[in-house]
Design a protein around this ligand. Structure first.
Ligand code: MN
Length: 267
């Protein structure tokens, strides 16, 4: 959304140099950067005309850290911006103006759309017009469910998924989950999956990523005992699996390989 503009220089003297952009974060507008490129001559003039009736007396975006003098606007205009990435302090990197979006309303401009998502890899690997898998989204609720899915892919394996911070942390376990105390299995870390995936059963069509049938083998809840970068301990309460399980990241075999161990009873 456009909250204001900074004065232009040179051939942009009569229009503007950059737009001040913001998004609603839990209802409060937050500054997400400024955009100074991507405008056609027509767009510059059209926007300038629209700005005339929108001028505000004071900042509509709170305190904003920019050196230029800003003309504040009532935030009504929604625009589409393309950008390379989002910085750690939640600003758009290399933003470029694309167009005004009269089909979108200001309340739709929420911070969520730029919040970095750990589901980016999941989404980028799949064509959701072809696969029945859920698109999903990062969720805020923090539950503690787990699921094990049989995956009849080119190489049959099981997928072990633990809900954590709004996504399903996932491992492919070629030989299935160990059920006897002391048993160990290789588990290969794969991309985070959306929570909706925990309910997914179906067939991923040929030619798509992970093509083959997916079936739920076990599901339930778990209690985390501890969760560290390279070691995780949980207690599973499933229909098939129960008890203490430990995941330990291999130090030598590369970052993605873990050992999944069914813990021995204490005592
Ligand atoms: Mn799989």
């Amino acid at each position: 959304m456009i909250f204001g503009y900074a004065r232009g220089q040179g051939n942009r003297k009569k229009t503007f140099g950059a737009l001040i952009l913001g998004l609603y974060d839990a209802g409060v507008p937050a500054f997400v950067g400024k955009v100074g490129t991507g405008f056609s001559k027509d767009a510059l003039e059209l926007l300038m005309q629209a700005f005339r009736s929108l001028q505000a007396k004071e900042s509509t975006l709170g305190q904003v850290d920019v050196s230029e003098q800003i003309t504040w606007l009532n935030p009504i205009l929604v625009c589409e911006i393309v950008y390379q990435s989002v910085t750690k302090d939640s600003k758009l990197r290399m933003p470029r103006f694309r167009r005004l979006r009269s089909d979108k309303t200001p309340p739709e401009c929420t911070f969520d759309q730029i919040r970095p998502s750990s589901l980016q890899e999941y989404v980028s690997k799949r064509d959701f017009s072809l696969t029945p898998e859920p698109v999903g989204a990062l969720k805020k609720e923090e539950g503690a469910t787990f699921v094990v899915q049989e995956h009849h892919a080119r190489r049959f394996h099981y997928d072990f998924r633990l809900e954590r911070q709004g996504v399903l942390k996932s491992w492919a376990v070629p030989k299935g989950l160990p059920t006897n105390p002391g048993e160990k299995r290789l588990a290969v870390e794969v991309e985070d999956h959306p929570l909706e995936y925990g309910k997914f059963e179906g067939t991923i069509p040929a030619g798509q990523y992970g093509a083959g049938a997916v079936k739920i083998w076990d599901k339930g809840s778990y209690e985390p005992v501890f969760w560290k970068d390279d070691e995780i301990e949980v207690v599973l309460n499933g229909e098939v699996l129960s008890g203490r399980y430990i995941l330990v990241r291999f130090k030598r075999a590369g970052q993605k390989q873990w050992l999944l161990i069914k813990a021995k009873a204490r005592g």
